[in-house]
Structures are given as structure tokens and as C-alpha cells.
Design a protein. Structure first.
Length: 338
């Protein structure tokens, strides 16, 4: 019964991970190794991970993974020990060309992801402004099966396992007369895996594309005269701006979003001004004071400087639809004093 429940749990983990083999749990032994059993194409083998440099990362260049492939109860140093920081090539075991090691912690668990061939990926930043120079790039992609890859070069083909990928993070440091540090992340768990890498072929991938500002009205306090707005800066590839810093000598100050609440009827009076930074993980909410009732002709105008990735970006959005009818008077609602 216990074995049946274990198999059932493993099947649930497989379905959740979207792969052919489940994560298996590892037990720490001392301060430098993890032990457990791993599934390779349905066969189970004893496994050991050793943190040889003591940095707490079991997938570093110095670390080693051992698999008891002949099931004799020993890890042979010549035939069964592998570098854990790169894909495994296991002779006479399994059907894949190589296996990617996927290790998670709290608690420690591991999975070997089959790699059935390699392709190449070329990433681009087509909307980089003329004259801008990239000093650092780090783009993280994840495949549907759980393979993670980091790309640090633009316009150069990089080897990558076949599969369907999506972008998780793009970090850029660049200069255009000033120095910028800009980061985008995927905040959408349902972002599709649209980057297809085929065996022996080269795939081109745009990292960001055109950038746009969006603003969603989160709350309207008609009687209190407060208006809450949620701004976002979104890339064409579906990533959200989570950090933007700029400075004359190094990136040191936030490039903040400027926002204005304007009455578009008549003289175009500015009702309130606000700004937003990135202390909330992305652009923080804006709370405008409308000085009374919220009128249908009000607009929110947004502006942010994204430097070498697009310059100044602007957007405006109506506060509410003109069909809305405000209260007939400013008397307390239902006779209740505020």
C-alpha cells in the first residue's frame, strides 16, 4: 500500500512538472553530500551528489554526481562519477543523448530531464537605440520540460537542448551617454512556450521587442475623491519591467514613472501629479487625489525613460467610461456622515 501511494505521488509530481520522470527526494549526509535514488527511463538507480568546494551549490564546476549504474552498491570513480555542472552523457543507459540535472531545495529533490538532440539559439535586441552599447547581458530561458539556460551574447548562435522555451528574465547593462541597469522578468505563470528549438537548426529569438506602458484602474473612491492606478511596463515578449536605474558614472538612481491626472475638458487642468518606482517588485501603484468627484473626461498620462531600450515611452488612459453618471449631489451616501 505504501509503495502504491509513493507511485501515485510520483505520478502527480510528473504531471505537475510536465516531464517524463518525477522529482525524487534526496537526503543530506553530513555537510557536503546528498543521497537518493533517481529514475532514468523508468529504471531506478542509487545516486549521490557531492559539494566538493563547500559552497552549498551542488551543481558547480568542482562538484560531482555519481550514479550506481551497475547496481553493485558502490559508486565507481572512473565509470560512474560525472561533473554535475553540465548535462550527463550516460552510456548504455536510457534513450536520450544527454540528461539535464534539475535540482531544487527546501527540501532537496532532483530530476534528470532527457535531452534528445541539440539546436542553436540566436537572441536579438532589435529595439536597442542607435549608439547604445551593451556592457552586460543575461537572458534566462526555461523549457516546458524544465531545462534552464542562460544566454549572455547577442547575435551569436549558442548551443541549447531541443524543446519549447519561454523567457523568464532579461537583464541588460548598457550606456547611451549615461549608464543604465534594466531588468525584465516574467510575472505571468501562463506565458506560452513560443520559442521552439529543433535538432540541428538555428532559432532566432527577440528578447524584448517593442515596449509599452499600461495602466489599470484598480479602485475608484467616488465620494472620497481617490483614484488608484496600477501601472506596468511590458515588453512585446510578455516580460514586465521590474528595475530601471541610471546614472552619469554608474547606474545609481531609479528612472521613475511620471504620472499626471488631467481634466481634458476646457483648459486641460492638471489635477494631480504622482511618480512611481520599483520598490513593489515592479512599478508601484499610484493613488491620485481628484479634489472631488471623479469625472468622465479625466485622463491619466504616464511617461517613463527606458534609455537605450526605447527612450521615453508615453501612454494615456481614460479614468472611466463616459456612460458613468456621478451622484446627483455630494451629500453623504445613505445619510451616513463620513
Amino acid at each position: 500500500m505504501t509503495r502504491f501511494m509513493g507511485c501515485l505521488l510520483a505520478a502527480v509530481v510528473v504531471a505537475a512538472a510536465g516531464g517524463s520522470e518525477p522529482f525524487i527526494f534526496l537526503q543530506p549526509e553530513g555537510n557536503d553530500r546528498l543521497r537518493g535514488r533517481v529514475l532514468i527511463d523508468g529504471d531506478e538507480f542509487a545516486l549521490q551528489l557531492v559539494d566538493r568546494d563547500g559552497d552549498g551549490d551542488y551543481l558547480g564546476n568542482a562538484d560531482r554526481l555519481s550514479i550506481d549504474l551497475d547496481r553493485d552498491g558502490h559508486f565507481h570513480p572512473l565509470s560512474e562519477r560525472h561533473a554535475s555542472g553540465r548535462p550527463l552523457r550516460l552510456r548504455d543507459v536510457g534513450t536520450a543523448d544527454r540528461y539535464e540535472i534539475r535540482l531544487l531545495e527546501n527540501p532537496w529533490r532532483l530530476r534528470l530531464i532527457p535531452i534528445r538532440g541539440m539546436g542553436t539559439l540566436r537572441v536579438d535586441l532589435d529595439h536597442l537605440r542607435s549608439g547604445a552599447v551593451i556592457s552586460k547581458l543575461n537572458a534566462t530561458l526555461v523549457s516546458r520540460s524544465g531545462i534552464h539556460r542562460e544566454i549572455q551574447l547577442v547575435d551569436e548562435a549558442v548551443g541549447i537542448p531541443v524543446g519549447s522555451y519561454r523567457l523568464e528574465r532579461v537583464f541588460v547593462e548598457a550606456s547611451d551617454g549615461r549608464y543604465w541597469s534594466i531588468e525584465f522578468k516574467n510575472l505571468d505563470t501562463k506565458l506560452p512556450y513560443t520559442i521552439s528549438v529543433a535538432k540541428g537548426k538555428t532559432t532566432s529569438c527577440e528578447l524584448l521587442g517593442a515596449l509599452r506602458l499600461e495602466a489599470r484602474i484598480a479602485a475608484r473612491d467616488y465620494l472620497g475623491g481617490k483614484l488608484t492606478v496600477l501601472p506596468q511596463c511590458i515588453s512585446e515578449t510578455g516580460l514586465t519591467l521590474v528595475r530601471c536605474e541610471v546614472g552619469d558614472l554608474k547606474p545609481s538612481d531609479e528612472s521613475r514613472l511620471a504620472a499626471t491626472l488631467v481634466n481634458t475638458s476646457g483648459s486641460g487642468e492638471v489635477i494631480d501629479r504622482r511618480s512611481s518606482g520599483f520598490a513593489c517588485g515592479s512599478l508601484c501603484p499610484l493613488v491620485f487625489n481628484t479634489n472631488g468627484l471623479i469625472e468622465p473626461q479625466m485622463q491619466i498620462r504616464l511617461m517613463i525613460d527606458i534609455g537605450p531600450l526605447g527612450g521615453v515611452i508615453r501612454h494615456q488612459v481614460a479614468v472611466k467610461r463616459p456612460a458613468y453618471q456621478p451622484p446627483a449631489s455630494d451629500k453623504p451616501f445613505l445619510g451616513i456622515e463620513q
